[in-house]
Write a protein of this length. Structure first.
Length: 302
């Protein structure tokens, strides 16, 4: 479905994103989401600076056997992009929004999740508070704990998080975060239409607020607002059933590298883990066929 407005449009990549759009009001803001197919629900939670477009290949194929639901976080994709006075761009609010989406959709069957980047912490925080509603979880290039001891916080993220005179003009003005991810996120050369689709919603200073706030919300110390939630996820992650987890990982990730994968594997040594040495942060762009096959097998799709 083509959406044309002053903020963004699917013009130029319509054939890659041929889905009907849905909107739900959450606390005065419109949240955009895909809802394709029927059957057992699969909820896909994106990170920063992506949006539902990132999951397009999985939606196309999994919707043949499942009900695939993919929200755009507020400030992302085709969802509203309010200012910071109108919306609290924090992990707590993201988890709450996800819960409201699930509740308002009236999902009664157990839900499987596919999570990536910030979507990992958002999805896992929700899942750990709703274990009776969760079936399987596919975890890819993300985190479910505080920064591993062996991992240094990347300098580029540190500059964006702590130095406003750098982060604001770089991210809001130059679109350095979303634009840079096009080159650092994938080990393959992305097609022009894919590049256009990935960054289309972030086409102005105003529309990039979420990409900045996601970085600023990364919890490094207990003084950070989202530290308590991440710490709670960290401490309760072992409540997840190992046989219900599958890890898919691109090792050439500029942030969520093998330190994060190793920490997950240390905690869940019995869970499936598939590692791609020649793939990066945008794993589903680098390995669309291979990851789809693994997910379908994990979900029991013949």
């Amino acid at each position: 479905m083509r959406i044309n407005n002053k903020e963004t449009s699917t013009q130029g990549f319509e054939e890659l994103y041929p889905f009907e759009s849905n909107f739900m009001e959450i606390r005065g803001h419109k949240l955009h989401y895909l809802d394709q197919g029927s059957g057992s629900p699969v909820l896909m939670v994106h990170g920063n600076p992506t949006w539902s477009f990132y999951y397009r290949n999985l939606v196309t194929h999994l919707s043949k056997t499942h009900r695939t639901i993919v929200p755009d976080h507020i400030g992302c994709g085709f969802s509203d992009k309010p200012g910071t006075k109108a919306y609290d761009y924090t992990l707590e609010r993201r988890v709450s929004d996800l819960g409201r989406l699930v509740d308002q959709l009236g999902l009664t069957e157990k839900i499987s999740l596919i999570v990536h980047d910030w979507g990992g912490m958002i999805g896992l925080a929700w899942a750990l508070s709703n274990l009776d509603r969760v079936d399987k979880i596919v975890i890819t290039n993300t985190s479910g704990f505080l920064l591993p001891q062996a991992k240094k916080f990347p300098l580029a993220l540190w500059l964006i998080k702590y130095l406003k005179f750098f982060g604001v003009p770089a991210v809001l003005g130059a679109n350095a975060f979303a634009g840079g991810a096009l080159f650092l996120g994938s080990k393959n050369r992305l097609a022009p239409k894919v590049k256009k689709g990935l960054i289309a919603p972030y086409n102005s200073w105003k529309n990039r607020i979420a990409t900045l706030k996601f970085v600023q919300d990364i919890p490094i110390t207990n003084r950070d607002r989202s530290y308590a939630i991440v710490n709670r996820v960290d401490k309760t992650l072992n409540r997840l059933a190992p046989d219900k987890l599958m890890f898919l990982w691109g090792t050439r990730d500029f942030v969520f590298d093998v330190h994060f994968l190793n920490e997950f594997r240390r905690r869940f040594p019995e869970s499936q883990a598939h590692v791609f040495e020649d793939a990066g942060h945008y794993l589903f762009e680098d390995k669309p066929e291979q990851t789809l096959a693994l997910i379908k097998s994990f979900f029991g799709v013949g």
